[in-house]
Design a protein around this ligand. Structure first.
Ligand SMILES: Cc1cc2nc3c(=O)[nH]c(=O)nc-3n(C[C@H](O)[C@H](O)[C@H](O)COP(=O)(O)OP(=O)(O)OC[C@H]3O[C@@H](n4cnc5c(N)ncnc54)[C@H](O)[C@@H]3O)c2cc1C
Length: 273
């Protein structure tokens, strides 16, 4: 099944909402006075975006909880959904029920990982699920309630969501789930959520990055082997190396500049590209 993710609705004007929230914290003006200044264009969209940009570089994050995004998500596996619903703050889920929704015609929708196809085991998986579908139907026909018949359905079974997530939690989800350590299906869903927000609100969407992104922490905190194996790991320092560098600096143990380095500096040569 193909994964589909669509931004269904959102805070009407996230930039304005964030601006009013931040400004309320830092100004003598009331939120209503700030809103009036936006309405009569004494404060422009660019000014708001610029102000927010600077605030986003600080740890003042509670205004981000006031901006929400509503998504429809379909064609994802139950393997994905188990992980998705572990996020518990700033996100609210509604998921297709396997108690109230009975799969029909002795079959159920499911997704197949590429790795299974590549291993040449796709047909075997299809056939096994065909048998499971038949048994599921047999159970329903025998009067077994759907909530019990579902016990034989696999992790691959497809499911659908409608979720509401605030911007603060969306940043956190992207920190974790755009990281190459995350499972491929979650990476895919997080990437589409990101691109949906980016299309409408690029000034916010660009902050949705894995935690090593230049707009997030800028370094990797996963284990060293994972960092070495990561295809984008080389773009970012690992935290172990950052601390080691800081420690060497503090102890005066950095590799000293040598006479030869100073000779280089003195050369009549242009090094700047
Ligand atoms: C690569 C990867 C591998 C994983 N492997 C496993 C695994 O093997 N087994 C497993 O069980 N789970 C696993 N998880 C799930 C993980 O442990 C979290 O449950 C999941 O990522 C949800 O994130 P969160 O806890 O940050 O929740 P969110 O709801 O997204 O929480 C947001 C933040 O709020 C704060 N917070 C939330 N609740 C509390 C609380 N009760 N007390 C204090 N602070 C709180 C925390 O700072 C938290 O980071 C894995 C996750 C990832 C990304």
């Amino acid at each position: 099944m193909a994964i589909q993710v669509k931004l269904l609705d959102h805070t009407q004007d996230p930039t304005k909402s964030l601006y009013i929230a931040y400004r309320t914290a830092y100004s003598a003006l009331t939120p209503m006075q700030i809103e009036r200044r936006i309405a009569d264009r004494r404060i422009t969209h660019e000014q708001m975006a610029d102000f927010i940009e600077r605030r986003l570089q600080t740890g003042h994050s509670s205004p981000l909880e006031q901006v929400w995004f509503e998504f429809g998500i379909s064609g994802v596996s139950r393997a994905f959904s188990h992980q998705f619903v572990r996020h518990r703050i700033g996100i609210s889920f509604e998921q297709q029920s396997q108690r109230y929704v009975k799969f029909k015609d002795a079959s159920f929708p499911y997704s197949m990982p590429e790795s299974v196809q590549k291993a040449g085991l796709g047909d075997k998986m299809d056939k096994t699920f065909e048998q499971l579908g038949k048994l599921y139907q047999e159970m329903l026909d025998a009067g077994v309630p759907a909530e019990d018949a579902r016990f034989i359905l696999p992790n691959a079974t497809a499911t659908n969501f409608k979720v509401v997530v605030n911007f603060q939690e969306m940043l956190h989800i992207c920190d974790l789930r755009l990281c190459t350590r995350a499972q491929w299906e979650f990476r895919k869903v997080a990437a589409i959520m990101r691109s949906e927000i980016n299309k409408k609100f690029p000034e916010l969407g660009r902050y949705l990055q894995p935690k090593c992104g230049e707009r997030r922490w800028g370094y990797c905190d996963e284990d060293y082997d994972a960092w070495q194996a990561c295809p984008i790991g080389r773009k970012r320092p690992h935290k172990r190396d950052l601390f080691a560098l800081f420690d060497s600096y503090r102890k005066g143990e950095l590799i000293p500049l040598a006479e030869s380095d100073f000779k280089l500096i003195e050369k009549e040569e242009t090094f700047v590209p």
